[in-house]
Design a protein around this ligand. Structure first.
Ligand code: GLC
Length: 438
């Protein structure tokens, strides 16, 4: 059955008349409250140590690539250690690649023998081990799931993987869609509660717009079917799609790749739209790569990462910070160091991030504002001009203090404003936090 879009007329995307269940709405709130998650890109590509796009970038045909799993034996993999290190970073959820673009499943799927249990000497279902540990240590597990596949013949050729020599006659999206639905059902029934299914790869089927025009979407992924399946099997599971476009009905999170919402400095976003109704999530790399790349030592410093987390919370969004474990199953030492530094900061300042929202004031040159219940937190990341922060609304504050202390901070109430005087000795090199108690 060939059921790709015909190009005739607009494609109805998502679930028409979608109305989220109460469990789903509760999950969205919980997701936003969590504010910080760790992304894990791990697969047989990690062995090649040149990132998760290596199959495409070096035109390694499936016949050759599919030999690699036979040598995959991550002898140091230890789910308890991974989850422990991630939990200690302050992250409240983990999103791991269940199957990336190379098409290799990192879980024991019945839908194809091309998976970690059946095709590697390691033979262990790492998702199952992680799911058990996450439950034990009290952290949510989410699954990244690639929509595109460089190995399977039935996945219709997209903009990537053109040098992989697939036979176009084998393309059959109907069969591929059945395969994905089968795998999603397995992921949602065999691994306990799943926080979110995080789709990626939509952009593979969008042609570049001609003459500067926006591209027309002609490929139909049948998201309605994929999303309905997820919502019906686990109604509290969220659906996210890294498609760089406006969310469609059936999706519960808006994702921004390598960018904080509202900025498009990485150039991936096809829309300036920022949802006010859905939770927002920004994903970023710790160095410059998603999958393990042995030559990428370009790690952001702990201070930079903390400031990214704060800036993201200050845009009302979660940060999903990536690590790329090594082929031996260990998390790189540089990543462990940074997770631990973030964790230290979070254990002292987490109250100003977890469970907060940021809707009072848009980001300013000096920093951002988060708030929760009767508290407003000014995250000062650059000493303000003249040392003054003027909030453009009136406030009846009970106290204004340096966060984590009872040291008072001078302020002035105006009719339509509230001005705080940042102490001259304020150290804004990471995040100087001022707490306003209403
Ligand atoms: C891009 C890349 C993919 C990576 C993802 C993470 O879509 O293609 O390799 O997994 O970003 O956001």
């Amino acid at each position: 059955m060939m059921i790709s879009g015909s190009g005739a007329g607009p494609i109805c995307e998502g679930i028409p008349d979608y109305s989220p269940t109460s469990e789903n709405i509760a999950s969205r709130e919980r997701f936003s409250d969590d504010r910080f998650g760790v992304f894990i890109h791990w697969g047989v590509y990690s062995m090649l140590a040149r990132g998760e796009w290596v199959m495409n970038n070096e035109n390694i045909k499936y016949a050759d690539y599919s030999m690699f799993p036979g040598g995959f034996y991550p002898s140091h993999f230890n789910a308890a250690e991974w989850v422990g290190a991630i939990k200690a970073s302050g992250a409240r959820y983990i999103t791991i690649t269940a199957r990336h673009h190379d098409g290799f499943s990192m879980f024991g799927t019945e839908m194809s023998p091309y998976n970690i249990v059946d095709a590697t000497p390691f033979g262990r279902d790492i998702l199952k081990e992680l799911a058990g540990e996450c439950r034990k240590q009290g952290i949510m597990l989410n699954f990244y799931y690639s929509l595109l596949d460089w190995g399977r013949g039935d996945y219709p050729q997209g903009s990537s993987g053109k040098g992989l020599g697939k036979n176009p006659a084998e393309a059959d999206y109907g069969s591929y869609l059945d395969f994905m639905c089968g795998q999603l059902r397995e992921l949602l029934t065999g691994y306990g509660p799943v926080g979110c299914i995080w789709f990626d790869g939509d952009w593979d089927q969008i042609a570049k717009g001609k003459d500067g025009k926006a591209p027309e979407i002609t490929f139909d992924w049948h998201y309605g079917r994929l999303y309905s399946l997820i919502h019906s099997v686990q109604s509290s599971c969220l659906v996210a799609n890294n498609h760089h476009r406006e969310p469609v009905p059936g999706e519960d999170v808006q994702i921004f790749e390598r960018d904080v919402p509202g900025e498009n400095s990485a150039g991936y976003s096809r829309t300036a739209f920022v949802s006010e109704a859905l939770p927002l999530e920004t994903c970023k790399t710790m160095n410059g790569s998603w999958g393990y790349d042995v030559s990428d030592r370009n790690y952001k410093s702990p201070a930079q990462l903390i400031r990214i987390l704060v800036s993201t919370a200050g845009r009302n969004a979660n940060l999903l910070l990536n690590i790329g474990p090594q082929p031996d199953g260990r998390i790189p030492a540089e990543a462990l160091e940074r997770l631990s530094a973030i964790g230290k900061w979070m254990s002292a300042n987490g109250e100003t991030i977890y469970g907060t929202r940021s809707t009072l004031l848009k980001p300013q040159k000096w920093g951002v504002v988060t708030h929760k219940e009767d508290k407003i937190f000014l995250h000062v990341m650059k000493y303000p001009d003249g040392g003054m922060i003027r909030l453009p609304f009136s406030l009846k504050a009970k106290s204004v203090t340096v966060y984590g202390s009872s040291v008072p901070v001078a302020f002035k109430r105006g009719k339509n404003s509230f001005t705080v005087e940042v102490p001259e000795n304020a150290d804004c090199s990471v995040d100087y936090i001022i707490q306003i108690l209403k």
